[in-house]
Design a protein around this ligand. Sequence first.
Ligand code: PHE
Length: 349
Amino acid sequence: MDLFDKLKELHEEGLNQINKAKDEKTLNDVRVELVGRKGELTKILHSMREVAPENRREVGQKVNELRDLFNAQLDEAKEKIVKAVLAKKLEDEKIDVTLPGREAHLGSKHPINIILDDLESYFIGMGYRVVQGPEIETDHYCFEMMNIPKDHPARDMQATFYIDSEDLLRTQTSGDQARVLEKHDFSKGPLKMVGPGKVYRRDDDDATHSHQFMQMEGLVVDKNITMSDLKGTLEMISKHVFGQDRETRLRPSYFPFTEPSVEMDVSCFNCDGKGCPICKYTGWIEVLGAGMVHPNVLENAGIDSTVYGGFAFGVGLDRFAILKYGIDDIRDFYTNDVRFLEQFRKEER
Ligand code: PHE
């Protein structure tokens, strides 16, 4: 066969093979066969001897042209294959972003924590510090330091779970008062603290009693603290929690660690004092206990009660939440039913 025919045939056959190659390896084999060092074009150049001298130039030119053409076509084909591989990969690994995502269920704040967090920041804003005492408290701090000696009848009201004769689950956060009083350095300023936390009593659980509940203790001690300071503070708390329209009143009461002692009522937010089932038709709702710190409590902590005095109050946080949100069973706070808890999502801040 004449070399020109051979070149023509190679031209057709080469392009054909390039087009047929569908993956990089086949294409590379085609490249080696067509333009490689031992490929078809090289073979033709090697057989130049057989070409008549006057045709050699033209054959050489044709071979070069064909090599350029093959190279260009090979490059193009390679680009196509690479693109096709990538396209297939993208297709295979496609993520359907239109699928609905998995919903993350965020919990909601517990209603008691809503009240607690709100009150804490309220007191911090008035210069109080927040302290936390141990839930397993000693008889010493829970009772003795608080002016409730071993044979005191007030202990009956606060029967609790004893771990041994000295350690118990605290019945009140008032022990925090004693702990802070002992440490406070009055040369650095007055003592103002709130102490929130869990307390325990040996109660049979029902709609209004729980063997575990939350209190927040408050204590202010300085020179020249009077009962009107206590009254003003309690009134502010009640207005902050229950609304500006609430009236407050103090009733005489008894606590071993305060003298005089009071209980505070707020005017019923439901009937505005007219009388309804919530306030048991009295127009008032009892919300907390308080009083002027008993001199014995100060002296027990090594503080001169002729120089310093103060007031203390104890807030039942469960009670605040019950009144504020109209909850009818205290056990709902502790049974962790998310349907109950979810209802307070809107109250979160
Ligand atoms: N500790 C009291 C109680 O648990 C409440 C209280 C605290 C009263 C501080 C007066 C002062 O009932």
